[in-house]
Design a protein around this ligand. Structure first.
Ligand SMILES: Cc1cc2nc3c(=O)[nH]c(=O)nc-3n(C[C@H](O)[C@H](O)[C@H](O)COP(=O)(O)O)c2cc1C
Length: 136
């Protein structure tokens, strides 16, 4: 069975909610999914053994959250080349993070990225449920 790992970091749970919906979408497509917080990942090898990896972080002060930065340095040491990848994040107005994560997964990690990152403005989260499941 195809399997996927979703790892996220979130301060006020909006990005967590997006991660849960992406997981639902993947499950609807018959993919086995594990969802973890960034702090659960201790080594790059914790990210291996999955067909797909989806990473999510909210944007604060124009940046991804510290936990996601740390995770991306751990991921640098994982065998991720050619695996399917996606990224997501809740934001308020500028939303730099999903694209930063996406480009890191695409360039140094050489992952096989889906069409683009998933952005969801926190105030429109309710209206984005179907779109988010579809991303999965
Ligand atoms: C102090 C602070 C700084 C923020 N900085 C940004 C920012 O630079 N760009 C942006 O798009 N949103 C910014 N936001 C909005 C958050 O990204 C938004 O509330 C998001 O839904 C939080 O996601 P979370 O619940 O997963 O933590 C900021 C929010 C706060 C409270």
């Amino acid at each position: 069975m195809t399997n996927a790992l979703i790892v996220y970091t979130s301060r006020t749970d909006k990005t967590e909610q997006i991660g849960t919906l992406v997981a639902e979408g993947l499950r609807m497509s018959g993919v086995e999914v594990i969802v973890k917080k960034v702090g659960d990942i201790k080594n790059g090898s914790d990210l291996e053994g999955f067909d797909a990896l989806v990473l999510g972080s909210a944007t604060y002060h124009g940046e991804m959250m510290q936990g996601m930065k740390t995770l991306l340095f751990l991921a640098e040491k994982a065998a991720l080349e050619g695996k399917v990848g996606g990224s997501f994040g809740a934001f308020g107005w500028s939303g730099e993070t999903p694209n930063r994560i996406f480009e890191t997964m695409k360039n140094p990690f050489r992952m096989n990225m889906v069409a683009g990152p998933l952005y969801l403005k926190s105030s429109t989260l309710g209206g984005g449920i179907e779109m988010t499941q579809e991303y999965g």
